[in-house]
Design a protein around this ligand. Structure first.
Ligand SMILES: [Zn+2]
Ligand SMILES: [Zn+2]
Length: 78
């Protein structure tokens, strides 16, 4: 069993997350997976663990933050 790539813990409930590009990551908890994989909002710097909104390659946690960053025309997912 491989250790968690964030904290190094070896845990029998560890799981692998495979990204769209085929890269596999091993974690012992969702907390560690979020720490490593979740993007950060470009406006408020919080972790984006929901859908978020994307403008070109920039990710925001909400349409509100996109507007704060001066981007119009984005709406929250309903
Ligand atoms: Zn971990
Ligand atoms: Zn935000």
């Amino acid at each position: 069993m491989q250790p968690c790539e964030v904290c190094g813990n070896r845990y029998e409930g560890a799981f692998t997350v495979t990204m769209a590009d085929g890269q596999a990551h091993v974690f012992d908890s969702f907390e560690c997976a979020i720490e490593r994989l979740a993007p950060r909002c470009a406006a408020c710097n919080c972790r984006v663990i929901g859908h978020g909104v994307q403008h070109e390659s920039t990710i925001y946690c909400s349409a509100h933050c996109a507007r704060e960053a001066g981007i119009s025309g984005l709406a929250d997912h309903n």
